[in-house]
Every structure is written in C-alpha cells, then in structure tokens.
Design a protein around this ligand. Structure first.
Ligand SMILES: Cc1cc2nc3c(=O)[nH]c(=O)nc-3n(C[C@H](O)[C@H](O)[C@H](O)COP(=O)(O)OP(=O)(O)OC[C@H]3O[C@@H](n4cnc5c(N)ncnc54)[C@H](O)[C@@H]3O)c2cc1C
Length: 493
C-alpha cells in the first residue's frame, strides 16, 4: 500500500471513526487512513467500560443547566447538548437504515434518564431545571415528582423505604439512552474498512511535521518496532489523551503554552441481579459546591454485551498516563518551558478544584460508600467493587493572568490553514461525536462545505434546524434505533 493519502486520521476512537465515515460519504474518491496504536479501535476512552455510556442529551445533567442568582436556570447548554445528541441519533439511524451499522441494540438501548435533587435547595434547583426545559420539544416528555410513592415506583433501589426527613425529588425522561461507544466505534471502523478506508492498527504516530503542502506522519509498528512515514495534505488528530503531545511535536503555535493534567475516573460497580432489577435508569445528582462537573455523581444502569450492571461514580484518581494504555512518563514528557508557567499557575489559581482532587485522591472506601448511600441508602460494600474507567486529560491554559483548567469542554484546534485539526478536552464527549465532527469538517474544509452540504444534510440535521422539525425527525430516528421509551421498570434487552 502506498504511503500517500488524502487524509490521515490519528486515533481509532469514536471521533476518528465518525469523521472517517463522514469524509467517506462526502468524498468517496479520497484515500483515507485511520492509524491506531492499539490492536483495535475503541479501546481507550470510547470503550464501554471506560466511560459511563450516557447518551448526553441534557435530560438529567445539572452541569448543563447552571443556576442564575435569582434561582432560575439557564437551559441553553442543555438544549445545545440535546440538539447535538439528536444529531448523533439521526446519523446513527441513517447508517442503520443503510446497513452500515448493525442492529441498533448492539450499541444503543433505551434507559430512562433522571435528575435527582436532595435537600431543600437541591429540590428547588431540580424543579427550576424542569420548569426551564419542559416547554422545549426535546424535553417535552420530562416529568417531575417529589411524591415518595412515584419516586419509589420510578427508582425502587433509591427511594423504597428511604428513611430520614431530607426532601428529595426526581425528574424522569423516558427518552434517555445507554450507549456502548466502543461497539459503535468498532462497527463504524469495520464499515469504513469495507468501503475502502484503510485502518492501520498497532501503529503509533510518534511525530507530525509539515513539509511544503504535505503533513508527514511518522509511525512506529508497536509489534516489530519498524518505522514508516505517511504523507497527506490533511491530518486529524483524534488521539484522545495522546493529542496534546502530537500537537507539541507538530509545533502548533496555539498550543505552545497549553499544559495537560490527567485525571482518571473510578466507578463502584455491581452486577448483583436484585440490585440491577431494582434500578432501571441513569440518575444524575448535583455536584457539591466547588467540585468540577466531572464530579457530578450518577448511578447508571449499563447494558454491555447484553450484561446488565450498575455503576456509581465517578471518583477521581490519579495516574500520570495520558491514556489507559499509555506510559507513566506521559505527564513529565508533556512539560515544556512554554507550558510550565501555566501548570504552576493552574495549581495556584484553582484552589477549590485542587482541594477537591486531593480530597478525592485521599478518599477512603468508607467515604465512597457514604457517597453511594446518598443514592442507595441500603448499599452494602460487599456488593460493590471499584473499577477503573478512562483517562481524562484536562487541558490547562492561561486566561488573562490566571491558569485555567479548560479540559471539561471540547475544543477544536485547527492549524496551518485548516490542514490540521485536533480535538482537545472530553466533555460532553462521545455523545456529540456527529455534530463535533461536522464542526471539524466546517473548520477544516470551509471551501468544500457548499458542495458537501446536500450530502451532509441527508445524514445530519443542520445546526439551525427548526426545533419542531428536529423533534419530528428524531421520533423517526428513535423508532429506527429501537429507542421507543421503556415502560417503568423495563429496559429493552
Ligand atoms: C470516566 C469517563 C466517563 C465518560 N462518560 C461519558 C458518557 O457517559 N457519555 C459520553 O458521551 N462521553 C463520556 N465520556 C467521554 C468520552 O468517553 C470521550 O469523549 C470519547 O470517548 C473520546 O473519543 P476519542 O475518539 O476522542 O478518544 P478515544 O476513544 O480515547 O480514542 C483515541 C484513540 O487514539 C489512540 N491514540 C492515542 N495516541 C495515539 C498515537 N500517538 N498514535 C496512534 N493512535 C493513538 C488511542 O489508542 C485511542 O484508541 C467519558 C469519559 C471518561 C474518561
């Protein structure tokens, strides 16, 4: 195979798999290669066990509905995330219709999404959230209740026999989903390969350089140690936690001062059939003051390869690796004279975040059980085991004179006239892959977008789609994907 391509996509996660699929649709004559350092795609953050599998649609996550000083809630981020997830659903449904993706239950299932408010203030916050969203077509099915009988019918594990006098309330949206982003990634990559795309697994990109009009992408075969070089006029760096070091190797000026700090996630997991049978949803609580959005506790029903389990977390942990299968030297090797001041400023200026991380890292098993018991008052430690999820590499940069952590959002970086694009940050993550990759196409190929637009519109709704029209298209996509709302207590298998 020649080493000249029209596009090199680095990393075989959900982002590159989605971009490869879109590029193939709009430009089927292009030679496109996905390069992945592991022996298959979808084994890092996109792997089902490395993330919470929530189809983030704004239905239950408090961090997308910040509270205003007057106690009302700003719904705009939740609506934006809802639209982005709707784009993903429409995209996947089209691919299922065309036989590109396999049976939908192999990667997405209907699992109701709930918001959980506790304490008088938390209940008021949840009510304000529900009030702000309920008139929007994407949130029309959302119900609110603080009635113990209703709560216990919705979520028996959390509310049946709950003692104490703390006010509690929940919302329920039957339109929630649980997604196996790893399975989805592998299906997309397999279809990409069958339709002429190239996939080089077991090859690590070690450096990127621009020579004239081409990017030279250096690879190392991780099994033989052999080195190769690919050339292409366009490169997408979708290497997850491995993205920043590659941008550093390419000497991208914007990221000269960016630093990175890895935080790994841990979950408590149970497969106990009685517990799983008594909890048929994904329930998101609110963060404690000063804690970052990734800390928002949630209790999730997961369905992975047909096996049901419950996950509670996340708890933050530390590893210097930028990838689950990365190296201990990842963090020290990313420190350069250009970003050292940012790392130091971030440590100095983010006291509450640092304090939160230190509390998390020194947390005992008893403290984790206490956090779980806010959700499951009867939880017994023997039923739950601690599991390690994916690495989140938080991006640090300077805002004014302060060092700021910006990794909680997703940032598209483009360089060299749009011939290189990269994705930094992790939230809201995999759920928004389709619309985020549409943004990458628009940022990378503005001059081609008018030609590509009609084809793209067949796959994805445009960002300015009318909300009622979107809700209608979405209803159709949901039927295709088997996402008809589950009855109470029931999850489609
Ligand atoms: C704890 C946790 C919970 C999460 N929960 C959710 C959730 O509930 N819902 C949601 O939507 N999102 C969630 N996310 C975010 C989501 O998992 C990520 O946003 C998404 O998987 C990122 O996809 P990606 O393709 O960018 O990265 P990845 O899936 O990490 O893929 C990057 C790939 O690049 C490869 N790679 C790295 N370096 C190189 C190199 N030098 N050469 C070649 N290949 C390389 C890696 O091996 C990897 O396969 C969560 C993340 C974490 C960590």
């Amino acid at each position: 195979m020649s080493d000249d391509f029209d596009a090199v996509l680095i990393g075989g996660g959900i982002m590159s798999a989605t971009l490869g699929t879109l590029l193939h649709e709009v430009q089927p004559d292009w030679r496109i290669v996905v390069v992945e350092r592991l022996d298959a795609g979808g084994l890092e953050s996109s792997h089902a066990h490395h993330n919470a599998g929530t189809g983030h649609a704004g239905l239950c996550e408090f961090n997308y509905t910040p509270r205003q000083p007057d106690g009302t809630v700003d719904p705009s981020s939740a609506i934006r995330v809802g639209q982005q997830f709707a784009a993903s659903l429409l995209f996947w449904a089209t691919l299922v219709d065309r036989g590109v993706l396999g049976p939908p239950h192999t990667f997405v299932r209907p699992v109701p999404h709930h918001g959980f408010g506790h304490g008088a203030d938390g209940v008021a916050y949840l009510r304000a959230r529900w009030t702000a969203l309920r008139d929007h077509p994407l949130f029309a099915d959302q119900e609110f209740s603080d009635d113990p009988a209703v709560l216990s019918a919705w979520l028996p594990l959390m509310f049946t026999g709950r003692a104490g006098t703390e006010p509690v309330a929940a919302t329920r949206s039957a339109h929630g989903s649980d997604v196996d982003f790893g399975a989805l990634t592998r299906q997309l990559l397999s279809a990409f390969g069958q339709r002429g795309g190239a996939l080089r697994t077991g090859h690590e990109v070690t450096a990127l350089h621009r020579h004239g009009a081409a990017w030279h992408v250096r690879l190392r075969d991780r099994h033989t140690g052999q080195r190769h070089q690919l050339r292409a006029p366009y490169v997408f760096v979708g290497a997850g936690g491995g993205t920043l070091p590659l941008l550093q190797s390419a000497r991208i000026p914007q990221i000269h001062r960016y630093g990175a700090f890895p935080i790994s996630g841990q979950f408590l997991r149970t497969d106990h059939p009685d517990l799983v049978a008594a909890h048929r949803g994904k329930v998101y609580g609110h963060a404690t003051p000063g804690a970052p959005p990734i800390s928002v506790p949630h209790l999730d029903l997961r369905v992975i390869d047909g096996q049901e389990s419950l996950l509670f977390g996340p708890f933050a942990a530390f590893s210097p690796r930028f990838l689950v299968h990365g190296r201990r030297t990842d963090l020290p090797r990313s420190v350069r004279p250009g970003n050292l001041p940012v790392l130091l400023a971030a440590a100095r200026d983010n006291h509450t975040l640092m304090a939160y991380l230190i509390r998390q890292l020194t947390q005992t098993a008893d403290a984790r059980t206490a956090a779980l018991r806010r959700f499951v008052p009867t939880a017994r430690p023997a039923d739950w085991a601690l599991t390690t999820a994916g690495q989140r590499v938080q991006i640090l940069k300077k805002a004014g004179r302060r060092g700021t952590m910006v990794g909680f959002g997703t940032e598209i970086v483009t360089a060299a006239g749009g011939t290189l694009a990269a994705l930094l940050g992790a939230s809201p993550g995999a759920s928004t892959a389709a619309s985020t990759m549409l943004d990458v196409l628009a940022a990378s190929f503005p001059h081609r977008m008018p030609d590509w637009a009609p084809r793209l519109r067949e796959l994805l709704p445009p960002p300015d789609h009318d909300p009622d029209q979107l809700a209608e298209s979405l209803a159709h996509a949901r039927r295709t994907l088997g996402l008809t709302p589950a009855g109470r207590g029931e999850v489609h298998r």
